[in-house]
Design a protein around this ligand. Structure first.
Ligand code: 2PG
Ligand code: MN
Ligand code: MN
Length: 559
């Protein structure tokens, strides 16, 4: 596609009119599963979402939101916000970070790239630090990739390696951090036998240490900086497995929010602060929760917290996390080239766009939607509104989150007549689902439903159209199950709470007074997924989608 204006011109849809206000509502973490007591969505009072379902099969259906349908390596990979919103916004399926890293490791190309060569320059005199999420969840990172990278780095000359591990419990079961740390320790021991000085240097829970996103709470990143770079943390241990076990015994402790710790030697000295001349790799492939740390590591001018000491390092990300900011400038694997997104096409065809969510999901309907690119395409035609999220709490404490505020701002945007597309992310099912608190998640789902109602009422008033869908499952299943689908119990006979996303399909509903009679879901796309949604709403804006987009889910029959 060239850069001339014509290249962006979308063809008129032969049957569907232009000029309708289209609301695209994404319920985060809202999958479809059989009703049961662990399905927070089915238990919750959700009259609006229930009524949409009655429109099946013409105006309600299910679509795939996990595995290959969103560019993940296998059909066992649950969906997540990054790949989900990428697919929704880009209308095509791109091999995602997880897969690209797998390929680069398998072929050995990862060691030939500019990024690895850059960090390698420090191997002779400095330490290689690996920072990231210790998990096999496959959402932000994968332990098997870290294991390969450790081995590969040693083979390519790293003599001293320090791992700064963030514990998960969000994409994997709470408590699994102990096993992951044992596996890592085993691998590091093997490296030590080969003469590589390899150790864990620090740790902490992902939601409390380092992995904040969209600048919700810089203190989270600071806690990580203090432990990883300065070697300072409230807890000091000699052994990382013991560290996790001990810290998990503190009241209300869990993997996600584990307190930061550093590993010290016999003299109480931290074994791996980051120093001048060292190399650093952040090994998460997913962008959103690495961007803030990447800024702290890379930016000369940085005022988000006092870094105290800024080591002169060679830093590379596993991927480049922000294509617009080119951050970080060095990376081991090239990110998916998500170009020509629906957002860019529509704006270049004059579609005035409003996007809104609260901080914790704001980048989902902007940054991820636009192909991991921050900023506007055309400031005159777009407005992105961020409602500040609560920070410093777990969201089961306030399960309504900002659903109402998001809906109000969106309602106002619709009624203002200033926008053709309004798109929102309503986070409750996902963010509260991740806490594993079933009661709070039920409340969260009700709040999300209330938010949808307010937006649909506004669409009704202006004669518009709605598309309601979700990015992946979460709240519809809050319990870990065996292969037969039965809830699993732990050794004390309690159910094992599932805090993670799922592989369930998600609903999509279309409607509103602006939907002309005869528009309905096609029957010939039974395996349709999130990547088919962009063509669908482009049609509802009165345009044909570009020919290489995944096909539209709708057809127009004579009525
Ligand atoms: O919170 C996150 O980072 C992920 C789970 O790891 O959730 P989501 O993909 O919904 O943003
Ligand atoms: Mn999500
Ligand atoms: Mn989530």
């Amino acid at each position: 596609m060239g850069s001339s204006g014509d290249a962006w011109k979308l063809k008129d849809h032969p049957k569907l009119p232009k000029g309708k206000t289209v609301a695209v509502i994404v319920l985060d973490g809202w999958g479809e599963a059989k009703p049961n007591e662990y399905n927070a969505i089915s238990v919750a009072e959700t009259p609006v979402m229930d009524s949409l379902k009655k429109g099946a099969p013409e105006h309600w259906r299910l679509i795939k939101a996990h595995g290959n349908a969103v560019g993940l390596p296998t059909e066992d990979d649950m969906g997540n916000s990054e790949v989900g919103h990428n697919a929704l916004g880009a209308g095509r399926i791109f091999a995602q970070g997880a897969k690209l890293v797998d390929l680069a490791l398998a072929s050995g190309k990862i060691y030939e790239g500019e990024g690895f060569k850059y960090v390698k320059e420090c191997f002779e005199k400095g330490t290689l630090h690996l920072i990231g999420l210790l998990s096999d969840g496959g959402v932000h990172s994968r332990l098997d990739q870290v294991q390969l990278l450790l081995k590969g780095a040693a083979q390519h000359g790293a003599k001293r390696i320090r791992v700064h591990a963030l514990t998960d419990g969000r994409d994997v079961l709470d408590g699994s951090s102990v096993g992951f740390m044992e596996t890592l320790e085993n691998d590091l021991a093997k490296l030590r036998e080969q003469g590589v000085d390899a150790r864990v240097a620090s740790g902490g829970g992902r939601m409390y240490v380092t992995m904040d996103r969209y600048e919700n709470d810089w203190d989270v990143v600071k806690r990580g900086w203090d432990a990883q770079v300065l070697g300072e943390a409230p807890h000091k241990f000699k052994d990382p497995v013991e560290a996790i076990k001990k810290l998990r015994q503190e009241p209300n402790a869990n993997d996600q929010y584990l307190a930061p710790f550093v590993i010290v030697d016999d003299n109480g000295k931290p074994v791996g602060p980051i120093l001048d001349g060292d190399a650093v790799v952040t090994f998460n492939f997913r962008a959103d929760r690495m961007v803030m740390l990447a800024k702290a590591l890379e930016y000369e001018n940085f005022d988000k917290f006092d870094r105290v000491r800024v080591p002169k390092i060679h830093y590379a990300g596993m991927l480049q996390y922000d294509g617009e900011l080119k951050l970080p400038s060095k990376y081991l694997v090239s990110p998916p080239e998500i170009d020509r997104t629906s957002g860019e096409y529509l704006v270049r065809n004059g579609v005035r766009t409003f996007a809104c969510s609260e901080t914790v999901k704001f980048g989902h309907v902007t940054f991820f939607w636009n192909g991991n690119r921050s900023g506007y395409f055309d400031e005159k035609l777009e407005e992105y509104v961020e409602i500040p999220s609560d920070s410093g709490i777990t969201f089961n404490v306030k399960p309504k989150m900002k659903a109402l505020e998001i809906a109000e701002r969106t309602r106002d945007a619709i009624l203002s007549g200033k926008f053709d597309q309004v798109r929102v992310n309503i986070p409750n099912g996902d963010m509260v689902g991740h806490t594993g608190d079933i009661k709070a998640t039920i409340e969260a789902c009700k709040a999300a439903d209330d938010g949808v109602k307010m937006i649909l009422d506004a669409i009704e008033q202006v004669g518009g159209i709605y598309v309601v869908t979700a990015d992946h499952g979460n709240a519809e299943d809050m319990v870990k199950r065996n292969k037969k689908g039965e809830p699993l119990l732990d050794k004390n006979g309690n159910i094992q709470i599932l805090t993670s996303h799922t592989c369930e399909p998600v609903p999509i509903a279309i409607g509103g007074p602006g939907l002309i009679p005869g528009v309905r879901f096609r029957k010939d796309l039974p395996t349709g997924g999130l990547a088919n949604v962009a063509s669908t709403f482009m049609n509802l804006h009165g345009y044909e989608a570009p020919s290489d987009y995944e096909p539209t889910l709708i057809e127009v029959v004579d009525k």
